[in-house]
Design a binder for this molecule. Sequence first.
Ligand code: FES
Length: 142
Amino acid sequence: MDASKRKFINLCLGGAAALAVAGFAAVTYPVFRYYLVPRSDDNAKGKIDIPLKDIATGGAVFFEYNGSAAVLVKKNDGGLTALSAVCPHLGCIVQWEKGRQDFLCPCHAGYFTSDGEVISGPPPRALSRLPFVVKNGIVTIG
Ligand code: FES
């Protein structure tokens, strides 16, 4: 084999190796980033802001809080409640029943008041309350 053919084959092998490394990095970096690098948004710091205007009276807003489902309720009397939306029975996500002003867990028909207290069904305890403050029309949870 002459030198020019050898050089050409080496260039091809080098290019193929570089493409393989780049492809491996392109596939593994997002996985690494997702699982191993802490997120830097406010939610990861344990705080989340929800403008009061974004929640209707009698309505609820669901959001992610520290990697888990949570809900902010604005009751018909204007009172606010922030709760974990994870049912303490087996971990299903509760649903807000606007007409009844309570929560239903669809998995085993557990019912909770708008403050998270158990009304009926198998849940062994209330939905966990989340701390919040209201300032300048913003509800800050956490
Ligand atoms: S998981 Fe909610 S009632 Fe069973």
